[in-house]
Design a protein around this ligand. Structure first.
Ligand SMILES: Nc1ncnc2c1ncn2[C@@H]1O[C@H](COP(=O)(O)OP(=O)(O)OP(=O)(O)O)[C@@H](O)[C@H]1O
Ligand SMILES: [Mg+2]
Length: 322
């Protein structure tokens, strides 16, 4: 197990499995820009992180070792999927990556693209140590690493319009004012497939379908022009019929805007559609990792095979991969 938890060398993650009919599948997986290694290297590096939660109830103290020695890299224009059962530590890793929580040990490094719009100054080291950030620099960091959550309804204030939801990050992070806010909000809506935007700007969340709401949540996450998107089960509360199109949208945004994405799911098949690389997490430990088609096509670990067998296909009519 331990030997499978090594960080693969850069570029290894997008290797295509040798032989077979992988080329057709590569297209299906949207296997990303075949431009070779990322010019700047990974945008985010998680290095040997551990997270323990200590809870006290009365006199009893319990410690939960939620994440154990996890390492991963996120690259621009690529999707890395984190797959595992409930309680395996996926959302904990998301919180460490977004700086909401600090690891008990290990490092989280952010290496922003200096050429990107509004990129933060990484300082002389060329990187920001996320696991050490506090206060203002931490708030600033969170702008660059945005989350998309599972439930698009609770993510939006039911009493506020779509235009308002999008205006907040545009005003706070991009410094836009007046008509420019609404213009940019309209552009964002069109970028997530809500066109013409005029039909959506003044709607309230309950006037939208679940899929449309999740598109608004995605547009809001894009508003600060982040470098990394962390999507924690972004389709699991959506109707089966629209899951594939939301995954397509996320994949297209990653490629088009050169975003790095951490896609969290308990469902390996959705990872197959979207991700270039998959990490399988069990009880806080990475038990398998590699190029998506390799992991799914030739799952070595019993647990990975269990995940494959346990799930109903989320895409009606799509046959389960052999
Ligand atoms: N704030 C916390 N305090 C104590 N324990 C926690 C806390 N957050 C998470 N845990 C525990 O850490 C483990 C991992 O939780 P986590 O939420 O990361 O799992 P997950 O893989 O996201 O699960 P799910 O698929 O259900 O969302 C679980 O055992 C959980 O109970
Ligand atoms: Mg979770």
């Amino acid at each position: 197990m331990a030997q499978e938890d090594r960080l693969p060398p850069p570029g290894a993650a997008v290797a295509t499995p040798a032989g077979g009919d992988a080329s057709a599948d590569t297209d299906a997986a949207g296997a990303g820009p075949a431009e070779g290694p990322d010019r700047f290297g990974p945008v985010l590096v998680v290095e040997d992180v551990d997270k323990r939660y200590v809870t006290r109830r009365g006199l009893r103290t319990t410690s939960i070792h939620a994440v154990r020695g996890v390492s991963l890299e996120l690259h621009r224009g690529r999707v890395t999927a984190l797959v595992g059962q409930s309680g395996s530590g996926k959302s904990t890793i998301a919180r460490l990556v977004t700086g909401v929580e600090r690891p008990t040990s290990g490092r989280v490094r952010f290496r922003p693209d200096p050429a990107a719009a509004g990129a933060p100054d990484p300082g002389p080291e060329g990187e920001i140590r996320v696991d050490r950030l506090r206060g203002r620099p931490l708030r600033e960091y969170r702008r660059h690493v945005q989350m998309v959550f599972q439930d698009p309804f609770s993510a939006l204030n039911p009493t506020r319009t779509v235009a308002y939801a999008l205006s907040r990050p545009l005003v706070n992070y991009r410094g836009l004012r007046g008509a420019a806010v609404r213009d940019r909000a309209a552009e964002l809506l069109e970028a997530v497939g809500l066109a013409p935007a005029g039909q959506f700007l003044d709607k309230l969340p309950h006037q939208l379908s679940g899929g449309q709401r999740q598109r608004v949540v995605i547009a809001r996450a894009l508003a600060p022009e982040p470098q990394v998107l962390v999507a924690d089960e972004p389709i699991s509360m959506l109707d089966v019929s629209i899951r594939a199109e939301i995954l397509d949208l996320l994949g297209a945004l990653v490629r088009r805007q050169r975003l790095a994405m951490l896609y969290i799911t308990h469902d390996l098949l959705s990872a197959r559609v979207l991700a270039d690389e998959v990490l399988v997490l069990r009880e806080g430990t990475v038990v398998e990792r590699g190029a998506t088609l390799e992991v799914i096509g030739a799952a070595r670990h019993d647990y990975t095979r269990l995940l494959l067998d346990a799930i109903p296909t989320p895409f009606a009519g799509e046959p389960r991969p052999a």
